[in-house]
Design a protein around this ligand. Structure first.
Ligand SMILES: Cc1cc2nc3c(=O)[nH]c(=O)nc-3n(C[C@H](O)[C@H](O)[C@H](O)COP(=O)(O)OP(=O)(O)OC[C@H]3O[C@@H](n4cnc5c(N)ncnc54)[C@H](O)[C@@H]3O)c2cc1C
Ligand code: SF4
Length: 584
């Protein structure tokens, strides 16, 4: 063994090396996760001149370059776009998700790659890569209204939201203009209007249904789905390098036009252009570091996904945007003498009151009318949207809250494929359009409950991080809501003269609804909530949660637009607080 006697000047240079190393790992802001909300945090902070490190556990996915299937023809896929039996058998959980098909499965976590513990059955659908699930989402984007923010207080569940619509409305406008949202100003108080690009119109059958609903009901509206697609790009979208959506509806493969909003096409390259962004893929955040003396978080501990090397990074502000359940995991795993139950978890409520959406009912029917019309081309927005109409102004049913519904109609080509040889060939050339097939799916609000929770299991993953234990289930309220959806939609379809109405209430595990929320909820009171009105941990003010983890309740609207708006709002607050010296 060689013993080196350190002379004073050696000690000084070692100290310098340490200082230099710490400096090289120090940023103004650390953002954990590069998905929809993390991308927005990156954009906001870098635009405002802050040196920002984005840590992403998954691999890098660069816009266009890393969309390997985007221009493939159906016949270029080995299984014509479907899943092979081997893939299904290997992946019983994720293959239950409609998006897990041959063309997009490289953007989704396979069952064996990242196990978790199902205390109760839960299909956890994830995308671990730069861009997160922003590459996969269905891009439905609706604002919340005060019927949603006031919901818990009015209907006596969860805790009161510390914000109201007026607090977030300007931020909805802000993110809508940049992301590009198609839609109409429909003038409905329960679904506030926004800064819209032209809507994708309803087709003949959807529009017919809209008219019938308007005639027969006071409060049941069918509107064009509001969707994060560039139907008519503006200068700000061209500046992002994005172009008009071409209505290909192959979005889940990644869009080479940047026709829909994703972190990869929009916020991350925008942030990179400022020169202030460091994006670190393959960086699994294990925990957030807390300094008891300073009374604040100082940085994060990261395990390299490929080498397993452990590193620490430091910053004045930390935004946790790992996707709702993973954000819970990271915070629960950030234990210190001051926070033995997880960072900011003084009241023991972290990981509890997790809620989601109830997508477990569908209904289809046939319509024989309007045969003179068919669809030509594709609608990337998906079709129509029926905003919540139950219990809006007052309680009118035996369950709390309500549901929105999707609505789409199409005609399919029918061909006789029963023969063989030349007859088959000739029959296949003679397709005939069938009747309109009309479908709807339910998007129900669920009630956050203490008994729906996540916590840390004693088992660890390959990076030494505890596996997440998930105990979440539907309840009686969800069952009653589902019955009501089926009976109301049956009635509405009957009013429109639709036939062969077929409800589908096949049971599915929670999780497939893909909108997990809560566990680190916002609220007024540190005794009953984890975050304040600015998404700051009550007990550790330089840590912010602006993904689904922060949600106090779930509403019926798709959630991601609200995460974007909350993120931009919280980042603006954090920058101002930093400049006033409040977070240092
Ligand atoms: C098929 C499908 C359709 C959907 N459709 C819609 C829709 O129409 N409308 C809508 O509003 N929402 C939709 N969603 C949901 C939407 O995708 C999510 O709400 C949204 O992506 C959440 O954004 P996020 O930033 O919280 O998380 P994500 O986009 O999931 O990003 C989180 C990122 O954090 C990373 N991460 C996790 N843990 C760590 C860690 N320990 N260290 C470092 N990085 C970490 C992940 O790898 C990921 O990249 C859909 C989702 C799916 C799967
Ligand atoms: S529909 Fe639009 S956004 Fe989707 S892949 Fe096609 S061009 Fe891109």
């Amino acid at each position: 063994m060689v013993i080196i006697q350190l002379k004073p000047h050696n000690l000084t240079s070692m100290a310098n090396i340490n200082i230099d190393a710490a400096k090289a790992s120090t940023y103004d802001v650390i953002v954990i996760g590069s998905g929809i909300s993390g991308g927005w945090a990156a954009k906001e902070f870098t635009e405002k001149g802050l040196k920002t490190l984005v840590l992403e556990r998954g691999r890098d996915v660069q816009h266009i370059k890393d969309y390997p299937t985007t221009n493939k023809y159906p016949f270029e896929f080995e299984h014509r776009g479907e899943l092979s039996l081997a893939v299904k058998t290997e992946n019983p959980i994720v293959s239950r998700c409609y998006a897990f098909k041959e063309d997009a499965m490289h953007f989704m976590v396979k069952d064996k790659e990242h196990p978790y513990v199902q205390e109760k059955p839960f299909d956890w659908i994830r995308g671990y890569q730069v861009g997160g699930k922003s590459l996969l989402w269905a891009r439905q984007t609706q604002r919340w209204s005060d019927f949603d923010f006031e919901g818990p207080q009015r209907d006596e569940f969860a805790v009161d939201w510390p914000i109201r619509y007026k607090d977030i409305a300007p931020w909805y406008s802000y993110v809508e203009k940049f992301a590009g949202i198609s839609g109409n100003n429909d003038g409905l108080p329960e679904l506030p209007d926004g800064e819209f690009l032209p809507a994708y119109p309803l087709n003949a059958a959807e529009d017919y249904f809209r008219k019938v609903m308007k005639d027969k009901y006071r409060n049941r509206h069918v509107i064009s789905a509001r969707c994060a697609h560039l139907s008519k790009p503006q200068q700000v979208h061209f500046d992002q390098g994005r172009a008009k959506c071409q209505n290909r509806t192959l979005c889940q493969r990644g869009c080479p036009f940047g026709g829909y909003f994703s972190s990869n096409a929009s916020t991350l390259p925008w942030a990179a252009r400022t020169g202030k962004l460091t994006l670190q893929p393959d960086a699994v955040v294990e925990s957030i570091l807390y300094d008891h003396q300073k009374g604040k978080a100082t940085g994060v501990r990261v395990v390299n996904r490929l080498t397993k090397e452990v590193r620490e990074y430091f910053a004045k502000v930390i935004f946790v945007n790992a996707g709702a359940l993973n954000t819970n995991l990271i915070l629960l795993n950030s234990r210190s003498e001051r926070f033995p139950q997880g960072l900011g978890n003084d009241n023991g409520l972290m990981g509890k009151y997790v809620a989601f959406h109830n997508y477990s009912a569908r209904i289809t029917a046939e319509y024989d009318g309007l045969k003179q019309f068919a669809t030509d081309g594709r609608n990337p927005a998906g079709g129509g949207y029926i905003p919540r109409f139950r219990n809006v102004l007052q309680q009118e049913t035996n369950f709390k809250r309500g549901y929105a519904a999707g609505l789409y109609a199409s005609r399919y080509m029918y061909r006789d494929d029963s023969a063989i040889g030349t007859t088959l060939k000739n029959n296949l050339l003679k397709g005939e359009l069938g009747p309109w097939i009309v479908s709807s799916h339910m998007m129900g609000e669920t009630i956050p409950k203490e008994s729906n929770y996540v916590n840390l299991s004693s088992r660890k993953d390959d990076w030494g991080v505890p596996l997440l234990n998930i105990a979440i289930e539907y309840d009686q309220n969800d069952a009653l809501m589902k019955q009501d959806y089926i009976s109301q939609l049956t009635e509405m379809f009957s009013e429109a003269g639709f036939k062969k109405i077929t409800p589908n209430t096949n049971s599915q595990n929670p999780g497939l609804d893909i909108h997990e929320m809560g566990g680190v909820r916002m609220g007024h009171d540190p005794q009953t909530s984890l975050l304040n009105q600015w998404n700051q941990l009550h007990a550790c003010k330089n840590v912010f949660v602006t993904d689904g983890g922060c949600m106090t309740s779930t509403s019926t609207q798709n959630p991601s637009l609200t995460y974007m708006a909350l993120t931009a709002r919280a980042a603006d607050y954090a920058v101002k607080a930093l400049s006033k010296g409040e977070l240092t």
